[in-house]
Design a protein around this ligand. Sequence first.
Ligand code: KIV
Length: 264
Amino acid sequence: MTAPNKPITVPDFHAARGVRKLAVVTAYDFTSAVIADAAGVDAILVGDSLGMVVQGHGTSLPVSMAEMLYHLRCVRRGTKRALIVADLPFLSYQVSPRQAVKNAGKMLKAGAHAVKLEGGERMADAIAACVRADIPVMGHIGLTPQSVHRMGGFKVQRDAEELLADAKAVQAAGAFSLVVEGVPTELGAKVTSAVNIPTIGIGAGPHCDGQVLVWHDLLGLYDGLRPKFVKRYAELGALATDAVAKYCDEVRTGVFPAAEHGFK
Ligand code: KIV
């Protein structure tokens, strides 16, 4: 079942659970937001994964609030229909619930409909504070990339007890949906049946209520990490390299520009 052809709100997204699967993709700029929106995604996540796939860092940790706000504004201008969720970057919400509300509020002022933050039980107070301020929150548990050093790498998370406690804490704090990343399929299913908010999986198996993929992974534009859970729906990186190589060749041989590319 496709997404409705009207702007998708937080209540619409929440109500889709059990009715249809939710398709979410990340985007970081105007053009990709236009494409994702036209393709019919339910939500665009302006993810702090941009630290890796746009900025070229090895993790998302260096990304700042100012950078997130810049990319969010670009996406906002390209989106007519999809729900826009903006990631709170590392250290923009962990210090205190007050800090979380202040920074989440900046995201809404810049055009996001909701924010996403990483962490379960430990972040419940920050989630609840945002929700009290009428800022919709998407939780994120399991493999949380901002915890890369605690986890000792981007590793599949297998502690069922901890994962279930985290999922329940995020729901109890008032989140409207929950990203579940990098957990065995069976655990993705268990979390999905333990809560009544939509779960959005990434490397969490097919039983989640929806899926999210990073733009550059889905389109074959990024080779920095190639996790098993990624399906590449196109090889745009290879296509782009061929196109640019052809351009170089035509410039050097004088084929481009041709007469039709000039002004009379
Ligand atoms: O930053 C991001 O893109 C994310 C998704 C991978 C869920 O958090």
